[in-house]
Design a protein around this ligand. Structure first.
Ligand code: FE2
Length: 191
């Protein structure tokens, strides 16, 4: 199976000022493209030639896991934003967030705290288990909640390549601003 770079549904400058055109061009066009290329070079000759991306992430290790994980992570990441994003979730997702954290505001604080507290590079995720119960997971490097049997709903990239051009060392400010571009319709569709 050949993996492709996910298309953006928005212009490269459409998420400014939260994510600049330059960051999108490097992050999507260079970093993610490299993970896609590496994955396509690593899969041939392995038992993963005819399986989907999530299966590779769940069952592989080493370089294959790192590149497959980053392709999955960034595909979820770049498709969860919109220039018309922001606001709050609704319906089943809003109810599940209230059940887990008491309020949307508390959930936002918890996710931001998890992201600020993650040492080095990685991701923080809102994930659900098979009963629909939500949790926040912190994943180092290329990690994704699918390796824990969970479904990823929303992921914030805390690798410096995601924010350094725009926010330098201010990871906390970047995470706080990301809420302005989250497309909750997309996140809800992952429930
Ligand atoms: Fe990234």
């Amino acid at each position: 199976m050949k993996f492709e770079l996910v298309n953006l549904s928005y212009a490269t400058d459409a998420l400014e000022p939260v994510i600049s055109k330059q960051t999108i061009e490097f992050h999507h066009g260079k970093h993610l493209q490299t993970y896609v290329n590496n994955l396509n070079n690593l899969v041939p000759g392995t038992k993963f030639e005819n399986v989907g991306l999530e299966t590779i992430v769940r069952e592989s290790e080493g370089g294959l896991f790192n590149n497959a994980g980053q392709v999955l992570n960034h595909t979820l990441y770049f498709t969860q934003f919109s220039p018309d994003g922001g606001g709050k979730p609704s319906g089943k997702l809003a109810a599940a967030i209230d059940a887990a954290w008491g309020s949307f505001g508390n959930f936002q604080k918890e996710l931001e705290t998890a992201g600020v507290g993650l040492f080095g590079s990685g991701w923080v995720w809102l994930a659900k288990d098979e009963d629909g119960k939500l949790s926040i997971t912190k994943e180092a490097n290329a990690g994704n909640p699918v390796t824990k049997g969970l479904t990823p709903l929303l992921g914030f990239d805390v690798w410096e390549h995601a924010y350094y051009l725009d926010y330098q060392n201010r990871r906390a400010d970047h995470l706080k601003d990301l809420w302005k571009i989250v497309d909750w319709k997309v996140v809800e569709s992952r429930m």
